[in-house]
Design a protein around this ligand. Structure first.
Ligand code: KIV
Ligand code: ZN
Length: 515
C-alpha cells in the first residue's frame, strides 16, 4: 500500500518574511519561490495581498509563474481582504485562498471585540465568499490552542459547511505541548461533522521550542498538512522548521508509519542556504539538519567510529539533504560550464545577462582568491542578481587608514543612476566609509549592529559583513561579501539602505495591516 502524503505548506514568504530582519523584495521572493517549487512544497503561501502593494505584487508574480505548487494568498475574513487575495491569485494554475479569524476568548474580547456568534457568522460569510472565487479554500482558527474546544468544534463545522477544503489549527502563540496538541487534533477529528472530507492542517510557533515536536504529535493524531518555514524563520521564536519535520518523518518511518512527503530532500540544503544568503541571516551552527556542525564529528571517538562506518554516529547522510562536498571547489581555471553546474546544484538557474554578470564576478573573485567555495558563489548571486531593483549602487571606494587617529574614505555611489562622490573622515575605516555613504544617501537610519565573519577559511577568505539598521521602527539586515572587509562593509551598509528603500516603496500605497 502506498504511503499517505503529508502536505508541506511553506509559509517562509508570509509568516517567515514578516519577522524582523527577514524581509525580501520582489525579485528575492521570486527566486526563493522557484527554489521552493523545485524542493517540492505542495502549497506555497506567497504573501498577504491586502497588507501592501508590495505583498500584492509578490503574490501576483509568484502565482503567475509557478505551475506545480499550489500558490496561496492570506486574507482576514473581511470582504476586501478576500477580494484582494482572489485578484492577486488570478494568474495561478493552482490558487488557494487562506482566510482566518481568531477564536480564543482573549482575542475575541480584546482584539476583535466580537461575540462568539458574530465570529461564526463571519467564518460562514468569508469562506463562502472565498469559495465563490476558488475551489481550494483554507480556513484557520487563529489562536486555536487557547480556544474553547467545544467552540472550536462549532467554528470548524461552520467553515466546512461553507466549503472549506482545509482546516488549520494554529498554535499562534507557541503555547501548546505535544500531548495536548495531539489530544486536540484527535478530539476535532472525532467530533467535527464533515472533517473527514477536509485536510486537517497544523501550524506551530516555537515560543517554547516545541514547534517541531508539536507538529509531529499532530501528524500522529491525523493532521495531514504541516505549515512550516525554511530554517524555522518566523514571528518571534519562529515557525516549525520544514527541514526538521521532513527529515524526522524520513528518518523514523517506524514511528511515523505509512506517511511520506513530496519533498525532494536533496534540495533542502540548497534551499536553506539560498534563504540565508537572501535575508542575510545565517542559521546557528548547531541547528538541526542544516547547521554548519550538523554533520561535523569533532570528538576523536566519534571520528574513529564514523571512519569505520558512518552509521555509528550518523542517523542520516549529508548527501540525503543535498549538502555538496566541499572538496569540489572552483578556481580561476573553472569555466562557464562548471560555474553553471555549480549554480544549479546550489539552486540558482540563471540565464542571459544574469548569468553573465554572475560569471564575471566569479572570475574576478577567482583572480583574487585561490579557491572559490559554494558560500562564495552564494554571496556572488545574492550580490549581483537578486538585488537588481536597488535604488543605491556602490561604485569605487578608497580608504586611507592606519595608526593615525582618523581615517578618510572616498566613496562613489549612484542614486537611481545619478553618480555622486564624497569624502568623509571617521575614527576608523568602517566609520569613515559609513559616514560617506550616509552623506551620499541622506539616510537617517540608525546603525544597530555590525558584524564581520570569514565566509570560508584561509588567508584569502572573503569577509562577510552583516549590518543591521533601523528607521521609523523598521529593522533590516544588509549583507555584503568581499575579500576586502571594508568593501564588504560598504556593500552590506548599502544593501541595508536598499532594503529600507524597498520598504518605503512597498508601503507607500497602503499601510501594512498586521495580523
Ligand atoms: O500563527 C497564526 O495563527 C497564523 C495564521 C494566520 C494561520 O499565522
Ligand atoms: Zn503563524
Amino acid at each position: 500500500m502506498s504511503n499517505e502524503i503529508i502536505r508541506i505548506f511553506d509559509t517562509t514568504l508570509r509568516d517567515g518574511e514578516q519577522s524582523p530582519g527577514c524581509s525580501m523584495n520582489l525579485s528575492e521572493k521570486l527566486t526563493l519561490a522557484r527554489q521552493l517549487e523545485k524542493l517540492g512544497v505542495d502549497v506555497l503561501e506567497a504573501g498577504f495581498p491586502i497588507a501592501s502593494e508590495g505583498d500584492f505584487e509578490s503574490v501576483r508574480a509568484i502565482a503567475g509563474e509557478l505551475r506545480e505548487s499550489i500558490v496561496c494568498g492570506l486574507a482576514r475574513t473581511g470582504s476586501a481582504d478576500i477580494e484582494r487575495a482572489a485578484e492577486a491569485l488570478e494568474g495561478a494554475a493552482k490558487p488557494r485562498i487562506h482566510t482566518f479569524i481568531a477564536t480564543s476568548d482573549i482575542h475575541l474580547e480584546h482584539k476583535l471585540r466580537m461575540g462568539r456568534q458574530q465570529v461564526l457568522d463571519e467564518v460562514d460569510r468569508a469562506v463562502r465568499q472565498a469559495r465563490s472565487y476558488c475551489d481550494d479554500v483554507e480556513f484557520s482558527a487563529e489562536d486555536a490552542t487557547r480556544s474553547d474546544w467545544d467552540y472550536l468544534v462549532q467554528v470548524f463545522e461552520v467553515a466546512l459547511e461553507a466549503g472549506a477544503t482545509t482546516v488549520n489549527v494554529p498554535d499562534t502563540v507557541g503555547y501548546t505541548t505535544p500531548g495536548e496538541y495531539h489530544a486536540l487534533i484527535a478530539e476535532l477529528r472525532s467530533r467535527v461533522r464533515g472533517i473527514d472530507k477536509a485536510v486537517i492542517s497544523l501550524h506551530c510557533h516555537n515560543d517554547l521550542g516545541l514547534g517541531v515536536a508539536n507538529s509531529l504529535a499532530a501528524i500522529r493524531a491525523g493532521a495531514r498538512q504541516v505549515e512550516c518555514t525554511v530554517n524555522g524563520i518566523g514571528e518571534r521564536a519562529g515557525n516549525t522548521a520544514m527541514e526538521e519535520v521532513v527529515m524526522a518523518l524520513k528518518t523514523r518511518p517506524d514511528v511515523y508509519e505509512g506517511v511520506d512527503t513530496n519533498i525532494r530532500t536533496t534540495e533542502i540544503y540548497p534551499t536553506s542556504r539560498m534563504l540565508s544568503s537572501i535575508i542575510g541571516v545565517s542559521v546557528q551552527p548547531n541547528k538541526a539538519i542544516v547547521g554548519d556542525n550538523a554533520f561535523a564529528h569533532e570528538a576523536g571517538i566519534h571520528q574513529d567510529g564514523v571512519l569505520k562506518n558512518a552509521m555509528t554516529y550518523e542517523i542520516m547522510t549529508p548527501q540525503s539533504i543535498g549538502r555538496p562536498s566541499n572538496e569540489l571547489v572552483l578556481g580561476k581555471h573553472s569555466g562557464r560550464h562548471a560555474f553553471r553546474d555549480r549554480l544549479s546544484e546550489l539552486g540558482f538557474d540563471l540565464a542571459g545577462d544574469e548569468f553573465e554578470g554572475a560569471f564575471r564576478r566569479f572570475k574576478d573573485l577567482a583572480d583574487r582568491k585561490k579557491t572559490v567555495y559554494n558560500e562564495d558563489i552564494e554571496a556572488i548571486v545574492a550580490d549581483s542578481v537578486i538585488r537588481s531593483d536597488d535604488r543605491f549602487e556602490l561604485g569605487e571606494l578608497a580608504i586611507v587608514s592606519g595608526t593615525f587617529p582618523t581615517a578618510t574614505a572616498t566613496v562613489e555611489l549612484s542614486v537611481e543612476g545619478d553618480k555622486r562622490k564624497t569624502s568623509s573622515v571617521g575614527i576608523g575605516p568602517v566609520d569613515s566609509v559609513f559616514k560617506a555613504i550616509a552623506c551620499l544617501t541622506d539616510t537617517k537610519a540608525e546603525l544597530l549592529r555590525y558584524q564581520v565573519n570569514a565566509i570560508t577559511g584561509g588567508m584569502d577568505a572573503q569577509g562577510e559583513v552583516s549590518v543591521s539598521l533601523s528607521e521609523d521602527g523598521r529593522r533590516v539586515i544588509g549583507h555584503g561579501a568581499h575579500t576586502d572587509i571594508i568593501v564588504a562593509s560598504a556593500k552590506a551598509y548599502v544593501h541595508a539602505l536598499n532594503k529600507l528603500e524597498w520598504h518605503k516603496r512597498r508601503h507607500s500605497v497602503s499601510e501594512p495591516k498586521g495580523i
